[in-house]
Design a protein around this ligand. Structure first.
Ligand code: PLP
Length: 360
């Protein structure tokens, strides 16, 4: 049976080690922000090539905390892409700021720099692109746009652990980087988890306190913060899994290469991904989505949508973006189908998937 994702199978080799780590944590009564958390933060910062990493409870909190610690005025605007998971927008709203949508490029899954230029104004304080599906956005162009302005670059890296942009890892190429470590991510815990990286001590200090109820020392709470701490057990899982991130990303890249080379059907379009994309998802586009879904179902091929709605189409967000159109994001929502890119897929599965797509 072809599986869209199979975390248990992926982690088979390290499960015993993880169980032993968990037993030790229970034995030592070391559940919250324990030494494994500190170790994971150190290892993850090193992996990304960033000076600092601060773990937290999930990716949504990572984004919200990164925005909160900036203490921006109420009317400040944050430019985000119109195609992403709802959390990117919710974090802006929950931080008390105003989300401004920019469409994605027609041929890639990431934010359009022309759209950023159209949306930028005197209230813009942050550009927050998403490296959607593991494809890195146009980092240098964004940096050029904000150069000399009081605008920060915070990237949502929740789908791009290990992706490389011009020799640097995602997590080290912006002012503040935010990652979800949700189980299904390229690096995922066995529950909710998140992490923030930065090269700036001033952000590191603020974020570290903020995620622990504004506390730098037990019972000293100098600011109002979140309770967004990482469980020691999740940190232990993540330490074990970090060692396999590059290998699993490589497997995803090989599957993507196979799809790109072999999917040949005029009814199916492929997106352009960045050079060292880590393929959290592989999304194909078709105007005949309903029919193709039926065909996939008939052949027991799992699929998903990332995402079936552009942000302006979500009922919770409609009032923010009334009457605005984002044709490229809306096309992706309407025509996109995510096909399996689970690193454990066997060659025979890939051959079958491509055969079904090409015969459609
Ligand atoms: C692009 C993006 N941003 C933010 C998040 C939110 O992360 P979490 O579910 O860990 O809160 C996700 C997770 O799905 C995501 O894919």
């Amino acid at each position: 049976m072809i599986k869209f994702l199979d975390i248990a199978e992926q982690d088979k080799k390290i499960q015993k080690l993880i169980f032993n780590d968990i037993k030790k944590i229970i034995k030592n009564n070391n559940f919250i922000l324990g030494d494994k958390v500190i170790k994971f933060e150190k290892y993850f910062a090193k992996y990304c090539g960033a000076k600092y990493a601060i773990s937290c409870a999930n990716g949504t909190d990572a984004l919200t905390i990164a925005l909160k610690v900036l203490n921006l005025p109420k009317n400040s605007e944050v430019i985000i892409p119109a195609m992403t998971y709802c959390s990117t927008a919710f974090s802006v709203i929950n931080a008390g700021l105003k989300p401004v949508l920019a469409d994605i490029e027609h041929t890639t899954p990431t934010i359009s720099c022309d759209e950023i230029l159209r949306k930028i104004n005197k209230n813009t304080r942050v550009i927050m692109p998403v490296h959607l599906y593991g494809s890195v956005c146009k980092v240098d162009e964004i940096k050029k746009i904000i150069k000399g302005k009081k605008i920060l670059f915070i990237d949502d890296c929740s789908q791009a652990h290990g992706a490389i942009y011009k020799k640097s890892k995602v997590g080290s190429i912006s002012d503040i980087s935010c990652f979800s470590l949700y189980p299904g991510k390229n690096l995922g815990a066995y529950g909710d988890a998140g992490i923030i990286t930065t090269n700036y001590k001033k952000y590191y200090d603020k974020i570290k306190n903020f995620r622990n109820l504004g506390s730098s020392k037990k019972f000293i709470h100098n600011q109002v913060g979140f309770n967004s701490r990482l469980d020691t057990i999740q940190a232990a899982v993540l330490i074990r899994k970090l060692k396999y991130l590059d290998l699993n990303n490589k497997k995803r890249q090989l599957i993507a290469k196979y799809y790109s080379k072999n999917i040949k059907n005029k009814k199916i379009n492929l997106l352009n991904y960045s050079k060292h994309c880590v393929f959290h998802q592989f999304v194909i586009l078709t105007k005949y989505r309903k029919k193709l879904i039926n065909k996939l179902q008939d052949n027991n091929i799992p699929f998903s949508f990332h995402y079936p709605f552009a942000l302006n189409q979500l009922s919770s967000l409609k009032s923010f973006f009334r009457k605005k159109k984002f044709p490229n994001a809306e096309q992706l929502a309407r025509e996109g189908i995510s096909i399996p890119i689970n690193p454990n897929l066997k060659n025979e599965n890939l051959v079958k998937i491509v055969k079904v797509l090409n015969s459609f």
